[in-house]
Each structure stands twice: as structure tokens, then as C-alpha cells.
Design a protein around this ligand. Sequence first.
Ligand SMILES: [Zn+2]
Length: 134
Amino acid sequence: MYLITKEVYFCYGHRLMNHKGKCRNLHGHSVKACITIKADQLNEQGMVCDFSDIKESAEKYINEQLDHNFLLHKEDAIIPFLEQQQERFLALDDHPTAEILAKMIFQHLKTAGFQVDQVSLWETASANACYREN
Ligand SMILES: [Zn+2]
């Protein structure tokens, strides 16, 4: 089994409804997503796949959906105000945690045809959430 990992960086704002601590406040993160692709055999070029292909697919999705966006649970009470102010946001069925963002990026790349091993999202320099399906 061969594994390669590409790092992608982006920023977002969010808050976590019902959180007992400071994550309930409006705040933001500058994060690193580590995307690991796997292959049993290398391609004709001796690669799992081209790093730039991972970057292109991941960044297109992240730029459209997550980067410099405000990520909220769909029932967050601030949504009507953001709509009124014509502010950009993304309402999710789930709470906008690092775990869920890792899963969203994983599922995008899987749908795009990559053999994804895992996506881990470094929310801070010391805190990482990982999603994998095996
Ligand atoms: Zn946070």
C-alpha cells in the first residue's frame, strides 16, 4: 500500500451551538487539511497520483464551500440576521466541527474519483480531527 499526503490551507468562521465553553461564541480558524490518497499499485509514472491533481480538486471545493465562509448548523439563530445583511454563510445539517469538515472534504474527493485514505483537519497547531471510512 502506498500513501501520499497533500496539505491544503484555508480559513473559516463558525460557532458551535449548545457548546458549554467558548466555542459557542462567533470565532474563526486558520486550518490545515492533510489529504491522504492511497493506492495498491503505482501508476505508469511511479506515483499514487499527481499532488497537483489533489490540490486542484480539493482547493476548488474548499474555495467554493468553506474558505472565508461562515459555517453554521442549519438551526443556528443567527442565520436570519446573516440573510438580512446579505452575508455569506453555509448552513450544515451537522454542527460545523473539524470532524464534519474533514468528512465533507473526504466525501468530495471520493466523489471526484480519488482513493482517499483519510482527511485530517488541524484546527489548531495541537488539535487534529480525522475522518476515514475503513
Ligand atoms: Zn472553532
